[in-house]
Write a protein that binds this ligand. Structure first.
Ligand code: ADP
Length: 407
């Protein structure tokens, strides 16, 4: 079975084609800046003998339809293609950021499911609107494939009510669904399950603290394979300091800013989502630049790194209390997989309270080159610490396959 995974953003399309027989990646690509004068198209096809063919091209891509048509053409291209005919694609798995309260499991796309996704648009306007365009266009470009939606929020639906409720008037929850949902669920599900396999335990008996650190970052407490708490909230703005997002702040900051800067709600939202985080603290949103600034003695760069490490350690401490016992702490995503400095700063803070010991050589050796789960804790560490490369697209493909097989 071959499954195409599509992640449609407001101006981008990321895609991967898998052969589910062996979870082999056949092709991967990205179209960026859709709608701009010049868009960037990149595509790579992976051959079974280990070789690959790739191409990068700047060209105008007017809209998502044109983008998906380019993807479709690349997949059957004589030189760059991976399939002879579209009929080889059994299913398309669509990543959907927000499933709200009702969409908890992967679902076959039907008019009813599309309507449910529309209802959640107010909770994730940019993301869910783009996903809906992606579904509509993909259905017309790949009409014979089954289309399945997989929700980023779904893994978090097992949180108990006392963890996901906010202490606001109850009718705001009932009427407007104001509560914590959590995001990066597909990644947390994937890496916590990989971590359990790596340490030789059944995921149903394994407690993991999963730390996903990318441009957006979140931490999840996983008890016996299920999420019991997570750091993001109603939207992906809550939790840790991120590239441009503020993470946890006193909610009163919003109306304080609104009043003092005479901003409407969109103006405040722009500051907290796009101008805060590392960018707001030190002028760079990319962790590599933040790290370089810190290492060259820049105080704000150091502050941004210190804030990140402090906040992660604080969450790990609180999730330890939530879980009672922890089998593994997992670092993943762009920063978690590549930034040994961040892992070291966090783990130093956890040594005294939790007996966690990092093996410095293993941590620094695994700096930007990890392709499989790797342990970075010392042999006498009380809790294992792992770096697990995330693979959200493969998880979406697996979820899509499992749904089709269950039908
Ligand atoms: P997204 O949330 O967009 O998927 P990623 O998971 O790709 O983000 O993570 C992006 C972050 O990872 C950026 O802050 C980037 O600086 C950081 N990163 C990527 N590679 C490295 C590296 N080699 N060393 C340190 N940080 C890195």
């Amino acid at each position: 079975m071959k499954i195409l995974v599509i992640n449609t953003g407001s101006s981008s399309i990321k895609y991967r084609l898998f052969d589910m027989e062996n979870s082999h990646l056949l092709a991967a690509g990205l179209i960026e800046k859709i709608g701009a004068d010049i868009s960037h198209v990149s595509h790579k096809a992976y051959r079974s003998d280990g070789s690959s063919e790739s191409m990068k091209k700047d060209q105008p891509v007017k809209n998502h339809r044109d983008g998906l048509e380019i993807v479709a053409a690349l997949l059957i291209d004589e030189k760059l293609g991976s399939i002879a005919d579209y009929s080889e694609i059994t299913a398309v798995g669509h990543r959907i950021v927000h499933g709200g309260e009702n969409l908890l499991e992967p679902e076959l796309v039907t008019p009813e499911i599309v309507e449910e996704i529309m209802k959640v648009v107010p909770l994730a306007p940019l993301h869910n609107k783009a996903h809906l365009i992606g579904i509509e266009v993909a259905q017309s470009v790949f009409p014979n494939a089954s289309h399945v939606v997989v929700f980023d929020t779904a893994f978090h639906h097992t949180m108990p009510k006392h963890a996901y409720m906010y202490a606001v008037p109850y009718e705001l929850y009932e009427k407007y669904k104001v509560r914590k949902y959590g995001f990066h669920g597909t990644s947390h599900k994937y890496v916590s399950s990989e971590a359990a396999s790596f340490i030789g335990k059944d995921k149903k008996d394994t407690n993991v603290i999963s730390i996903h650190l990318g441009n957006g970052s979140s931490i999840t407490a996983v008890k016996n394979g299920e999420c019991v708490d997570t750091s993001m909230g109603l939207t992906p703005l809550a939790g840790l300091i991120m590239g441009t997002r503020c993470g946890d702040i006193d909610p009163a900051v919003c109306y304080y800013l609104s009043k003092n800067l005479e901003l409407d709600s969109q103006g405040v939202d722009d500051i907290l989502n796009k101008k805060s985080g590392f960018l707001g603290i030190c002028g760079s949103s990319d962790l590599r630049e933040v790290r370089d600034k810190a290492q060259s003695g820049d105080e704000r760069g150091k502050l941004a790194l210190d804030m990140l490490a402090y906040q992660i350690a604080k969450y790990v401490g609180s999730y330890y209390a939530v879980l009672g016992s922890v089998d593994a702490i997992v670092f993943t995503a762009g920063i978690g997989e590549n930034a040994a400095i961040v892992r070291e700063m966090v783990l130093q803070k956890l040594e005294l309270p939790f007996g966690i010991k990092v093996d410095k050589d293993k941590n620094w050796h695994n700096n930007g080159c990890i392709s499989a789960p790797t342990e970075i804790s010392a042999d006498d560490s009380k809790i294992k610490v792992l770096v697990v490369p995330t693979n959200e697209e493969l998880q979406i493909a697996k979820d899509t396959e499992a749904l089709l097989k269950s039908k």
